[in-house]
Design a protein around this ligand. Structure first.
Ligand code: AMP
Length: 353
């Protein structure tokens, strides 16, 4: 989707990705090699800028490019955002509130951590977790010992449960000159730890929206971001925001910017990476997005029925369908938020079969 957004700007992308079925092969020059492949990195070093849509590339790959080509976001930002404990400490240092947490390096630390977060929490691996993977809800010491074993006995954080009224997210792009552009404050609904749908505008107050922008700006400046990142927040009943996590890239909740009018998050990311002028990438119309998860054999959704719902656009990723895997999304626009929500309900009902 980054490659697709780059084309109308006169920009072509080169993608280094070992998966022979990488969706980007269809619209970019695909270098089918490991992230650390010397020839592949050489080709990337000859580009105008390098960005990522996946933060878990090996440090050796980014280290090999450093100083040869602008890397946006920088290796320093990637270093902070790929590790939950480091990320939380750096967010707090930038003035953001995070959930109460404790770092777990060995089982003996679980008891004190559990009492620190109030006896109930979510144990999350420090690295490589996504879509609810690498985490477990725990409410006793036995629970947390078993969960830590199941997670592989690796470095984890135990987070206290946040009594949020809603989950929202906000993208921010920052150019090499320090200029900022903000994406929409999207409201997100998860099911089984996986994002199910996002809606814009969020039901949050204008004051909360302002807080989200101020926090995103503070973190972007403190971390000296060049590129695009997305902050995920828990909103409390007071309207205060707690940062759940940060993605140093375009984000699933920002996919709705493709069809709400205006600049998409993908175009904003390309612009920020190349140092092109930035503009806010908040949609002009109320809109939403419903994720398409892989279906069971023989239960492919009725695409024609989805296409017939007014204001919908399908985005399929050309990925093999596996149950639970994100294989596409449907964007929905409407003239009012109520219209968007009822169209999204219809889309979701069709996707659920
Ligand atoms: P994560 O992978 O950390 O984004 O977690 C996935 C989802 O689990 C979040 O979007 C929340 O719905 C829920 N969740 C994660 N951490 C917490 C927390 N500390 N308190 C309450 N809910 C949480």
């Amino acid at each position: 989707m980054l490659s697709l957004a780059a084309l109308p700007l006169g920009v072509r992308c080169v993608v280094l990705e070992p998966d022979p079925l990488a969706p980007a092969r269809l619209c970019a020059e695909h270098l089918r090699a490991a992230y650390t492949d010397a020839a592949g990195l050489e080709r990337l070093a000859a580009c105008d800028a390098v960005t990522l849509e996946f933060e878990n590339v090996p440090v050796e790959a980014t280290a090999a490019l450093e100083g040869r080509v602008p890397l946006r976001p920088s290796p320093a930002v990637l270093h902070l955002s790929k590790h939950r404990a480091r990320e939380k400490a750096a967010l707090a240092a930038a003035g953001a509130r995070v959930a109460p947490y404790a770092v777990i390096e060995y089982a003996g630390e679980l008891a004190a951590a559990l009492s620190r977060v109030g006896g109930v929490g979510i144990l999350k691996t420090s690295e490589l977790g996504y879509d609810g993977k690498g985490q477990a809800r725990v409410s006793s010491l036995d629970d947390s010992r078993a969960a830590w074993e199941r997670l592989g006995g690796v470095s984890c954080v135990l987070e206290g449960l946040v009594p949020f009224v809603r989950e929202v997210s906000l993208g921010v792009a920052r150019g090499p000159d320090g200029s900022l552009a903000f994406g929409p404050l999207a409201q997100n609904v998860h099911r089984d730890g996986i994002l199910r749908r996002s809606v814009f505008p969020a039901a949050s107050s204008a004051a909360t929206h302002g807080r989200a922008r101020a926090l995103a700006a503070a973190v972007a400046h403190a971390w000296d971001l060049t590129g695009l990142m997305t902050l995920e927040f828990f909103e409390l009943s007071s309207g205060e925001l707690i940062v759940n996590e940060l993605a140093p890239r375009v984000h699933n909740s920002g996919h709705l910017t493709q069809d709400g009018g205006g600049v998409s998050q993908f175009e904003a990311a390309v612009r920020a990476a190349l140092g092109l002028p930035l503009a806010d990438f908040e949609p002009l119309l109320p809109c939403g997005m419903v994720n398409i998860l892989g279906w069971q054999e023989g239960r492919e959704p009725d695409w024609d029925a989805i296409d017939r719902i007014p204001g919908t656009r399908r985005h399929l990723y050309h990925k093999a369908s596996r149950p639970g895997r994100k294989v596409g999304h449907v964007n929905v626009v409407g003239s009012s938020i109520d219209e968007v929500l009822s169209r999204m309900d219809a889309v979701e009902a069709l996707l659920d079969g």
